[in-house]
Design a protein around this ligand. Structure first.
Ligand code: ZN
Length: 121
């Protein structure tokens, strides 16, 4: 494992661990696990995209309309607590660059039509 050279007050996380914690119902409330999903799946622009129904599955809620509604409620709670960006939803969780940065991977978000270098709304 290589060591990082950090600027400011940044630290690093291991994304696969946060993906696991997002799925583990023992870890915390669904809103907290929404935050972990944003950290675990976030790309270089701080966007974590999910397919239809995928976030409900990540959170261990299950499939279908009721599961999506419960996942949406968890995202709303996470937004209210500042755990994810205000433009977050079932299809993409966002984190501002002041909270999250990543060195490799995707630099676009199809859902929000965002790309690296663009200023988030
Ligand atoms: Zn996005």
């Amino acid at each position: 494992m290589s060591r990082f050279r950090f600027a400011g007050d940044f630290a690093a996380i291991h994304q696969p661990d946060y993906r696991r914690m997002a799925r583990d119902e023992r870890v915390g409330t669904r809103a907290v696990r929404v935050h972990f999903a944003a950290l675990g799946y976030g790309n270089q622009i701080g966007h974590a995209e999910f397919g239809p129904g995928e976030l409900a599955q990540v959170l261990g809620i299950g499939h279908g309309r009721a599961a999506d509604k419960a996942a949406s409620k968890a995202v709303d709670a996470a937004k209210a607590m500042g755990l994810v960006g205000p433009d977050s939803g079932l299809r993409c969780l966002t984190l501002p660059t002041t909270q999250f940065q990543k060195g490799k991977g995707s630099v676009v978000c199809k859902y929000h039509g965002a790309a690296i270098g663009q200023v988030a709304a």
